[in-house]
Ligand binder design. Structure first.
Ligand code: ZN
Length: 242
């Protein structure tokens, strides 16, 4: 299973795109989160990875939570696809998220996207609420989610193509149960940033070596001390085979 990391920065980064990725499923590209400057992140990652990534080729979006550094890109993506739908009838993208996020998603987007009260969320995205416990099947991938511990409802994912599994922590403070849930994956992308909203790297450094060996970090502050951990630091635009 292949993926391209779009960004590795935190909410305040002046150097990196926001933490997000595209998983290359057998049934299409699946975007995990939509940070600021999403179109530029697509262009950057396409150039770095050699994979053509963009709003035309992504038909499924997994959204962990509504913080801007994970959701601000939805507006540009939504408008881009709305215009394509009007122009050539290109089907709308599916947006998969938890019931907690789904309930408030339009409340967040409407002030800039309701077009004077004439448009609704369904004009931009086909909303799919992830089943609470069952597995969702998205672009040839089996997707499960688990709520992390964050300042707003946020989830992580286990994404499998039947052979290999990616674990994605989403934003979470240190949560041993969350890491245990992710530990069945073949590769884990974990966030790190200061407490209390995020997971300080010291907790991840204390994990068993076999777990650290299959882990890559995102959501790092710009002043992150690269010598503070032996866990792999992921890079914007990096192509990864799991
Ligand atoms: Zn967050």
């Amino acid at each position: 299973m292949d993926m391209v990391i779009l960004g590795t920065g935190d909410a305040f980064s002046a150097k990196h795109f926001g933490s997000s990725a595209v998983v290359l499923g057998s049934g299409g590209h699946v975007l995990i989160d939509a940070p600021d400057a999403l179109m530029r992140a697509f262009a950057h990652a396409s150039e770095r990875s050699g994979v053509n990534i963009g709003p035309a080729t992504i038909n499924d979006i997994l959204l962990t939570h509504l913080h801007g550094d994970h959701a601000n890109g939805l507006e540009a993506f939504g408008f881009w696809r709305w215009l394509e739908w009007r122009r050539i009838g290109h089907p709308l993208p599916r947006l998969h998220t938890t019931s907690q996020v789904a309930e408030r998603l339009w409340q967040r987007l409407a002030p800039s996207m309701d077009q004077g009260g004439t448009a609704t969320l369904a004009d931009y995205f086909e909303l799919r609420v992830l089943p609470k416990t069952a597995t969702a099947h998205i672009a040839g991938l089996a997707v499960q989610h688990r709520m992390g511990r964050h300042t707003v409802p946020a989830c992580g994912f286990r994404i499998s193509d039947g052979k290999r599994t990616l674990g994605w922590s989403g934003d979470t403070t240190w949560d041993a149960g969350h890491v245990e849930w992710l530990s069945t994956a073949d590769f884990i992308v974990h966030e790190t940033s200061p407490a209390p909203a995020h997971t300080p790297v010291e907790y991840l450094n204390a994990l068993p070596p076999e777990l650290r060996a299959k882990m890559g970090l995102v959501h790092m502050p710009d002043d992150f001390d690269v010598s503070s951990t032996s866990i792999r630091l992921l890079k914007d635009g990096e192509f990864i085979t799991i």
